[in-house]
Write a protein that binds this ligand. Structure first.
Ligand SMILES: [Fe+2]
Length: 277
């Protein structure tokens, strides 16, 4: 007989539980970096049951290539009977109205300082109807959150940057990256680099994303590096999105290891700002 007793699962805690406005760094744009964001026991439970690139690749139908991105979105995690309950609880909380409120408690002031017309466009941020991506729609909700397990596959052939300097899509209210680096991962690079513009005269270029919308990247000659946030386990980086929120991923050396993180997003129906193209 199999032992069908489920393993005890640690209670879910918020990634923002111990973060305050005093933790916000404003150079080159408002963001927080939170080391040991989750209690160790919870982090380990998530880390040991995180899906691999191969697992996600098969379920989303995207073949494995070097240093590509494989997203396992909350709705897929919740509908997957083999995913650990701790993952289901984790993504449920981090795509919930309660988490959105925590985000606003932390970042509302900074967000509005950089996007002063945001509330004229979408209404009071505190009153937005919060839904979850792929479960709810903009017919009934104003912002759709997601909490996605993400893997960058092994780097083969030649070293590469998954993505150079860019600004996240202007209809997203915030970005969050929660790093879940494997203990055996000895690859060099894959860090998050924050940039500022070198001059006002800069240009973005767009490219089609796999989701049928546009990505906004910028030629590295228009930006300069300000700081690098190392890719480390149990570390959260979070920021409201605006035209100053320039970032990219540094070149990752050849490695058999997968780069693991959780991506947090809140999608609005329309762009909140424009990027000069
Ligand atoms: Fe990004």
């Amino acid at each position: 007989m199999f032992d069908t007793t489920p393993e005890p699962q640690p209670a879910v805690a918020s990634l923002l539980a111990n973060v305050t406005r005093d933790d916000i760094r404003r150079d080159p744009f408002p963001h927080v970096v939170v080391r040991n964001a989750l209690p160790q026991e919870l982090y380990e439970a998530l880390a040991k049951s995180m899906p691999t690139a191969e697992y996600i690749s098969e379920r989303i139908g995207k073949p494995i290539t070097s240093n590509e991105r494989y997203n396992y979105m909350s709705e897929m995690i919740l509908g997957d009977p083999t995913m650990a309950q701790v993952w289901k609880d984790f993504v449920t909380y981090h795509a919930s109205p309660a988490f959105y409120e925590e985000f606003l408690d932390l970042f509302q002031e900074d967000l509005l300082a950089n996007l002063p017309t945001a509330e004229d466009q979408v209404g009071p941020l505190r009153e937005l109807r919060v839904g979850r991506r792929n479960r709810d729609t903009f017919e009934t909700h104003d912002i759709l959150l997601d909490c996605t397990a993400v893997i960058n596959s092994a780097v083969t052939g030649k070293p590469s940057a998954y993505r150079g300097p860019h600004v996240d899509k202007p209809y997203k209210l915030y970005g969050g990256l929660f790093y879940m680096r494997l203990p055996e991962d000895d690859a060099v690079g894959g860090d998050l680099v924050l940039y500022k513009y070198r001059t006002e005269a800069h240009k973005f270029y767009t490219s089609a994303s796999e989701y049928g919308d546009n990505r906004f990247d910028i030629d590295p000659s228009y930006v300069e590096e300000v700081t690098t946030i190392p890719y480390q386990s149990n570390t959260l980086v979070m920021y409201p999105i605006n035209r100053l929120a320039l970032h990219g991923v540094s070149v990752r050396s050849l490695t058999e290891h997968q780069r693991r993180f959780v991506a947090l997003v809140g999608d609005l129906q329309h762009h909140l700002f424009d990027l000069a193209l």
